[in-house]
Write a protein that binds this ligand. Structure first.
Ligand code: CO
Length: 134
């Protein structure tokens, strides 16, 4: 059901410093910062030849990233995003097998303008999983 790895997301304590490190030290193609108010994050996407890295920084007081950074002050891997062909079919299959979908269970529009859902990390070996319909 899942397809390509779309991105790995890293929560960072300093977005400009992290973007500069990927651009200047690692020599990657780093995009502009974009605010995603529906998700409580500011994101920077880094394009690699085979996938993307998503740098996440809290936006707003109830950002889901803030608690993560409180527990991981130097940052850390926050989630992985897999591509799916049909997000509602994927959701219904996962729910029928007992996986928990976060939020109200309805897809939101993600940073690429495509529908996304998140799956509970306790159901997936401690890893928060994002599904994105491609
Ligand atoms: Co993501």
């Amino acid at each position: 059901m899942i397809g390509r790895l779309n991105h790995v997301a890293i929560a960072v304590p300093d977005l400009q410093a992290a973007a500069a490190q990927y651009r200047d030290t690692l020599g990657a193609h780093v995009g502009p910062a974009q605010d995603e108010p529906d998700h409580g994050v500011t994101v920077v996407f880094i394009e690699l030849p085979n996938t993307k890295i998503e740098l996440l920084y809290p936006l707003g007081d109830d950002s889901p990233i803030r608690g993560f950074l409180d527990k991981n002050p130097s940052g850390g891997i926050h989630h992985m995003c897999f591509e799916v062909a049909n997000i509602l079919e994927a959701r219904d299959k996962l729910k029928s097998e007992g996986a928990r979908v976060l939020g109200n269970g309805e897809p939101k529009i993600g940073a690429h303008g495509k529908p996304v859902l998140f799956l509970h990390p306790k159901d997936f070996n401690g890893c928060l999983i994002e599904l994105e319909e491609i």
